[in-house]
Write a protein that binds this ligand. Structure first.
Ligand code: SAH
Length: 576
């Protein structure tokens, strides 16, 4: 009769945290081989098994003995704490078997039974410190040269892994943990949360949350696992919590996450993801668009239109090269600025001037241009000026929102802004901002309400909001520019204003805004709209459209939300 090797991870040490298969395997075995303390921990499960106890450092002789007994036809349980495959007996037993030329078909049967490793048991007591990419490092240089261990500590520190340190210190090995702290402090803040867990789920369990700089002030021994947080890990109320993702990946507090499944991993939505080369090439081919700015080093032969984030990052690299090493320190800010270069505030003008002066490097300047709030006509002078500015360095796109988006490679955005503004053009930033979409007031003939449209533009136009917000403003009851289709609709009628809220402007289930008030006094309309926009700004979840916000909060300025009537029709994902 062939014997069997049962290599069992019995978890942290408590009965409840042992798997059923681990318990059964111990019970069905004839011989149990393990380190003294471990045999004691599982003694409640033992009946008539032969017990082979050894000292801690006798792993190799334990493995040899297990194989010998199995070869003689016995069912042998080899026990490890935690998981047998993590600094446990599984690998050693296989090594002994390999040495003997064992094969799966001809040799003794081997079953490895998984268990909860200290990484997980200690992690669970600390809160949720792992969550993201993590690694385990054993500081025991009993079987591994210290030089290797130090290299791994260094690499893990550099790569921002959450690190679980096993075997951190023993009576004789005391320097390793000191050295490890020293290495990690080169890469992580002294305030990085650190958890020290002794005897997880055992009698003398003890849990401490401290910091990287303070960790050596606590008792650390062979029954301790230390978990070092990554750069995002927080100490919250004595717990260690590592966020699931890095910046901007989700919105806590929002019931529905900003990114729909089809938007995930798109470069615009998740710029941190590895670019999907093939997919973007197909898009590029079907649109047959030329690279926007070949001078920035994009491969013209690919015929791929680079997205703005990529352009901005590329621009940043050029800028950084111009400025020298230290400018690499703030890589996130600049692309965002470049993407949404607004240049309408004096502050931003100043910033851009400084930027251009320091670097004299070309970057992408992007903005919306229109003839005005009410005026819809571009003069030939304005068109010629725009054409000249664009030359072959940029392009201009006509949007569904009565806007022309200009993108241009330039080293001097301020000059362009001034030139276009001098010609009477209205320049606006683009992005998630409040935008006034006024009608042409019947060729500017019905002009009484224009000052109100302009006042609303001055008050909240270009205000940053959770998601682009279109405020339709129409100068008569005909509302022929579709004010009532917008997020917020304002219609001037009989010297007063009607107000509409929560249009769903896009989608197959688009619907007009809900009429909420008629006959609002002219003296009230600007502030009323401003209050509505301000509330959306402060209470809206990131990326939450205004109609969803209205539905969620149920009431704005005393106007109660009503469900839009009509057919129930599922909305389609972009491109479907
Ligand atoms: N196979 C085990 C690890 C064995 S190495 C596992 O997967 O967990 C021994 C080290 O494991 C100890 O020095 C300690 O760092 C860690 N360890 C094991 N059990 C533990 C427990 N209950 N509490 C804290 N640390 C533990």
């Amino acid at each position: 009769m062939k014997g069997k090797l049962l290599i069992i991870g019995f978890g942290p040490g408590s009965f409840e945290h042992m798997t059923r298969r681990a318990r059964e395997a111990i019970q069905e075995s004839e011989v149990v081989i393990g380190y003294n303390t471990y045999v004691d921990l599982i003694s409640g499960l033992l009946t008539e098994q032969q017990i082979v106890r050894t000292g801690m450092t006798e792993e190799v002789s334990r493995a040899q003995e297990a194989v010998r007994q199995a070869n003689s036809g016995k069912k042998v349980a080899v026990i490890s704490s935690g998981d047998a495959g993590v600094y446990g007996m599984a690998g050693l037993v296989y090594e002994v078997l390999m040495e003997q030329g064992w094969t799966r078909s001809a040799g003794v049967e081997v079953e490895v039974i998984p268990g909860i490793s200290a990484l997980h048991s200690a992690g669970s007591l600390l809160g949720a410190p792992i969550m993201h990419d993590a690694c385990t490092i054993s500081l025991s240089d009993h079987l591994t040269p210290w030089e290797f261990i130090a290299k791994r500590v260094e690499a893990a520190g550099q790569a921002d892994f959450v690190i679980a340190l096993y075997n951190p210190r023993s009576g004789r090995r005391t320097r390793q943990i000191v050295e490890t702290q020293r290495i990690l402090l080169q890469y992580r803040s002294p305030d990085t949360p650190v958890g020290i867990v002794k005897s997880a789920y055992r009698d003398r369990e003890h849990v401490i949350v401290t910091t990287l700089s303070e960790m050596l002030n606590y008792e650390i021994g062979m029954l301790t696992t230390i978990i070092i947080g990554n750069s995002s890990t927080k100490n919250y109320d004595g717990l260690m919590i590592t966020p699931r993702g890095y910046q901007r990946k989700y919105t806590l507090g929002a019931e529905i996450q900003p990114l729909k499944p089809h938007q995930r991993l798109q470069a615009e939505a998740e710029p941190w993801a590895l670019a999907q080369e093939e997919a973007s090439q197909v898009i590029g081919e079907s649109r047959n668009t030329k690279p926007l700015v070949p001078a920035l080093g994009f491969d013209e032969t690919l015929q791929v239109r680079p997205n703005l984030h990529e352009l901005a990052v590329e621009a940043l690299q050029l800028v950084s090269r111009g400025k020298g090493e230290e400018s690499c320190a703030a890589p996130v800010q600049l692309p965002a600025q470049l993407q949404a270069q607004t240049l309408i505030s004096a502050e931003l003008r100043a910033q851009t001037q400084v930027q251009s002066a320091v670097t004299a490097t070309k970057s992408i300047f992007e903005f919306a241009v229109s003839p005005g709030i009410a005026n819809k006509k571009l003069s030939s002078t304005q068109l010629v000026a725009l054409g000249q500015i664009l030359g072959d360095r940029g392009d201009m796109e006509y949007t569904p929102h009565h806007q022309l988006i200009v993108r241009i490679q330039t080293e001097n955005p301020v000059e362009i802004t001034e030139e276009l503004e001098a010609l009477g053009l209205l320049l606006s930033p683009i992005g998630d901002l409040a935008q006034i979409k006024a009608c042409d007031f019947c060729n500017l003939e019905k002009s009484e309400s224009i000052p109100y449209a302009e006042a609303i533009h001055k008050r909240v136009g270009n205000l940053e909001v959770p998601k682009e917000l279109k405020i339709g403003f129409n100068g008569c009851g005909m509302a022929c520019y579709g004010a009532v289709q917008q997020d917020i609709g304002i219609v001037y009628r009989k010297e007063k204003f009607d107000l509409f809220l929560g249009g769903k402007t896009v989608g197959r289930n688009a619907h007009p805004a809900q009429p909420v008030a008629e006959g609002i006094e002219p003296g009230e309309i600007v502030e009323l709209v401003a209050r509505i926009v301000e509330r959306y700004k402060t209470e809206g979840h990131p990326n939450e459209r205004f109609h969803k916000f209205y539905k969620r909060v149920k009431e704005i300025e005393g106007y109660r939300h009503q469900e839009a009537q009509g057919f129930v029709i599922e909305n389609a994902a972009c491109g479907d």
